[in-house]
Design a protein around this ligand. Structure first.
Ligand SMILES: Nc1ncnc2c1ncn2[C@@H]1O[C@H](COP(=O)(O)OP(=O)(O)OP(=O)(O)O)[C@@H](O)[C@H]1O
Ligand SMILES: [Mg+2]
Length: 274
């Protein structure tokens, strides 16, 4: 049994068009899955269906065998955290500290432990100086950091990042990506990351490509990107390293297959470190 099983899920906000159209796929426990696709392809809608923020009317979503529905939602929410692409509507507390504490209180963390946990996660996202600020007065990127700290502090075993670094500057993006990769390395934690960052996709175990609400591809990232023509058909980007591969092939620059693989892997590593 897979940890998350999505079967024939449809969703329409209105009668004219399906935002999510007949989607079926599974996610294994401990995996790191990226979801890519154009604006409006249904990525956030799918994330909201998985978290029970939108009702699954057609098809079914099971998490650890438990159907996502009103009855099971509180059990599911205990295990699942989501960071949205627009952090504006996700603050409850009057200060950053309260906001991070809110999720911990819901999880019935002892108050004696709370201060330490809040400090630890505020530091991880670079917000130590902002603990007494009102979240509403922070910049978009800082708000995103608060939302990330709040979710990580609760230690959910499934985390959905919906373009969670979209408002961060390059340094912030790198820091949060590092946090995400560390979490991804823990095989008890399952990560779903909705992203436009092709280089991030290359770090994931599986990649799902959505197009106009439909599942367009679902494979290992290297396989997805190896089919550059298919991606170009729907105008999606091809990673730099694949372009290198193409240029080598076009110019008949011959390298032994494993040298090319090694170079591509090295370029990927170098790119994510610099
Ligand atoms: N609240 C809503 N009411 C009506 N239509 C909506 C609503 N939210 C999304 N949609 C529509 O559903 C479709 C899918 O939207 P969704 O937000 O899931 O896309 P997305 O893949 O997350 O895009 P992006 O990359 O821009 O975040 C779009 O056509 C969008 O206009
Ligand atoms: Mg979205």
């Amino acid at each position: 049994m897979s940890l998350i099983e999505i079967k024939n899920v449809d969703y329409s906000y209105n009668d004219t068009r399906k935002a999510v159209d007949g989607i079926t796929f599974d996610i294994e426990k401990g995996s790191y899955v990226t979801i890519i696709g154009h604006n409006g392809s249904g990525k956030s809608t799918l994330a909201k269906l998985i978290t029970g923020l939108l009702p699954v009317k057609n098809g079914s979503i099971l998490i650890d065998g438990l159907e996502v529905n009103e009855q099971n939602i509180s059990a599911i929410r205990k295990r699942l955290g989501i960071v949205f692409q627009n952090p504006d509507n996700q603050f409850i507390g009057s200060t950053v500290k309260d906001d991070i504490a809110f999720g911990l209180e819901n999880k019935q963390v002892e108050s004696a432990d709370m201060e330490g946990i809040i400090g630890e996660y505020a530091e991880k996202v670079g917000l130590t100086e902002y603990l007494d600020y009102e979240p509403q007065n922070l910049s978009g990127g800082q708000k995103q950091r608060v939302a990330i700290a709040g979710i990580l502090a609760m230690k959910p075993d499934i985390i959905i990042f919906d373009e969670a670094t979209s408002m961060l500057d390059p340094k912030g993006k790198k820091e949060i990506k590092k946090l995400m990769y560390d979490l991804a390395g823990d095989d008890t934690i399952t990560i779903i990351s909705i992203t436009h960052d092709i280089e991030e996709v290359l770090q994931s175990d599986d990649c799902i490509v959505l197009n106009k609400g439909k599942l367009f591809m679902h494979d290992k990232p290297q396989k997805v990107f190896a089919d550059a023509e298919k991606l170009r058909k729907i105008d999606l980007d091809v990673p730099f390293v694949e372009l290198v591969r193409e240029v080598f092939a076009k110019n008949k620059i011959k390298l032994k297959a494993h040298d090319l693989e090694g170079m591509v892997a090295e370029l990927c590593r170098y790119r994510s470190d610099h």
